[in-house]
Design a protein around this ligand. Sequence first.
Ligand code: ZN
Ligand code: ZN
Length: 690
Amino acid sequence: MKLYIQRKTKLICLILLFITVKQAGSQTIVLENQMVPLRIGNHPEWLNFSNAPQRELKIVFECTQNPTQKTLSLRQEDVKQKWLLQLNGKELGNLNIDENPMITYWAVPPDCLNNGQNSLLIEPADTTIDDIRIGNISLIDQPLLQLLSQGKVEISVTDGDNGYLVPARITVVGKDGALQPLAAPTDRYLATRTGCIYTGTGKVTFGLPAGVYTIYANHGFEYGVDSVKIVVKSGEILSKKLVISREVSTEGWISTDTHIHTNYYAGDGDATLMERAITIAGEGIELPVLTDHNVKSNLDSIANLLGMKKYYTPIVGFEYTTPLGHFNVFPVTIHTPVPDNHVKSWNDVADNLQKSDKPEITILNHALDNHNNFRPFDSKYHISCAGTDLRDWKFPAIAMEVINSSAQLTDYMRLYEEWFGMMNRGYNLTPVGASDSHTVSRYLVGQGRTYIKTKDTNPDKIEIKEAVKNFKDGKVMVSFGLLTEMVVDTKYGPGELVPSTSKELMVSVRVMGPGWTTANRIVLYANGIKIREDAILNGSGPGIKYFKTWKIPRPKYDVFLVAIAEGPGGNKPFWPVPKPYQNTSSSWIPRVFGSTGAIWIDGDGDGQHTSAYMYARKLIEVSKGNISNLIEKLTSYDAAVAIQVAAILQEQGDILSSPEVSKAIKKSTPMTKSGFKKFIAEYKISKTSR
Ligand SMILES: [Zn+2]
Ligand SMILES: [Zn+2]
């Protein structure tokens, strides 16, 4: 009997509670309706942030005690460091470390609020510089899970070309464009974050608070995007079919991301191995290389288990993470141990790898980023324009990243300049685009990517041998939102030598991309020196954005040609361009770009490609110490060869500032002058920074 009464009382309580919730369902207390800039540090991280932002935000408000859970909602932008959120001295959590604008929800536990005065505090829990915006803060009279399941949305994404469901990324933003929290089921075919669900099956049903939203569906760089605006009502299920189609034809080329992390082994990321299997399929990468820090991870069995294996051919690799830089190596076997990483020079890097895995491919990663107080291409010991290293280390890689989309540079061209310098020094390096993604949504896997010329009929049966060989040979294109193809004399592409004997070279350039990126400029480089430039006027459509054939006079000596297209990096919530990782300026313009690999022109007709460095050595040899003779011989060459001559003269003894050299330079061509000037300026900077 007693039990019965108790039960009955409980039931009544529940009913009462339900009524209260229902009555208060729309009750929302707005605590701050503006966006407030906050700053860690004394100087701006970004110029477009208010001049005198405060360090913390404290809001004092009147309220009544809460017998049940409520939800605090806020909008955050540009959060890079740790910020703490406290309500009446109680920690609610840290803001999401994610630069993308997003709404975040925080459960306010029962009895956390006081009758009368309450205070909300958002303050830094770090000392590293960070400019953020925080605001649109409100207290919603509903428990978090209940709020997130007010309405339901059922989405399917199909490929418009064949009608099949396709793995995709679903992005959900609210009225003002911020990523929206949602409630997706725990499902091994899904990878879910705020405002983002990757679905391996092309289908998903998830909960949302009542409201107005835009939903996007996409499938990486080669596909278009579909979107739909929806109004979610409490208690209703909305069903939407989204259709996306291929917009960029990449026949004969396979997409690879050679720099992918999981949190399973890397520890510092948030994507599990299972989520990686899904996100790689969702972003359309056909040859993924897992490269965790000094650990080998194998995607094969999990991809198989999840049915994702049909979309790609995974390769085992690792990021050889040393105090002297990071190197991605593959293909390797899963069972051999990763070599000792306590290296004393780059010679050890090459030796250690040769002693253990003998990987065919070693890539120098993020050459201009500082890790453990070491920058691989720091001006202290590396002369960028000449590709020379003052430490006398053997360069241990056959490729280098020219775009690492998670660790972007303030000026994306800087890594290309480094690559050009290395090529002119005689290192025939393959340029690489990679993502270095450690996360599901903050940084997209496959955003920076490389296309390798390889048979691409079955993405699950890619000939790894062929792909590795072509990668080593430089038969690649680098993509970050655009793709630039170049063919010389109607048939020669990246990694090939053009044996042309005609007076003119026919250089055909084609820029491609999906309808959601725009190209507005194309530049052609020979030995890293700009020789042609064109504005792209109608570069916003899907597919081919630009096509042109340049006729250029055939050089009398060998050069390598590279074309780079670029465009504005617009604000796409499903493909956000991350802000620079270690920014060197507080202003920055987001860009998309795509480049070709290097095409060698056999200008001297000897059947092989000769670098600027080799020409410089020959010229010095035949001049037999006669400086004015040597400088005069440079008349027939470009600034790249002049830079190499300057670098060798400097290495042979510090004679660049001698009167003899200065006198000869005065009488030289503008190309020679600019080459010497550039080398001397960089060498001076290097010397003073040591
Ligand atoms: Zn790294
Ligand atoms: Zn990495």
